[in-house]
Design a binder for this molecule. Structure first.
Ligand SMILES: [Zn+2]
Length: 112
């Protein structure tokens, strides 16, 4: 799970994406339609940790999770409330579930 590189506290992906929406506004819709553009914007984005208030770049966060977040936001219709700049999906729960299923899958395949 994503952690603040400075204080080490866990970060909520929904909130991180909301920081991007707040800064990028409608440009974020375009970014979310193009994986490469989204990831490059993500890497260079300055996030602010809600716990310690320090700023850090997106490239300090796990990119594999950012890719999954991109997929999840595209997979579900209405995943973002654009009017209020809010993420409707519980991204952290979905990521945790995804990781669990991957591990389960490996376990099952390993038994065959
Ligand atoms: Zn922090």
């Amino acid at each position: 799970m994503a952690k603040c590189p400075l204080c080490g506290k866990p970060l909520d992906w929904g909130e991180l994406i909301e920081q991007m929406i707040g800064e990028k506004g409608s440009e974020m819709r375009e970014l979310l339609s193009d994986r490469e553009r989204f990831l490059s914007a993500f890497r260079g984005f300055t996030f602010k940790c809600p716990h310690c208030g320090e700023e850090f770049y997106g490239r300090n966060l796990p990119e594999k999770e950012a890719e999954k977040v991109f997929e999840l936001l595209n997979e579900f219709n209405g995943s973002i409330d654009w009017e209020n700049g809010k993420v409707r999906l519980r991204l952290n729960s979905l990521l945790a579930l995804d990781t669990m299923l991957e591990k389960w899958d490996e376990k099952v395949k390993g038994k065959r």
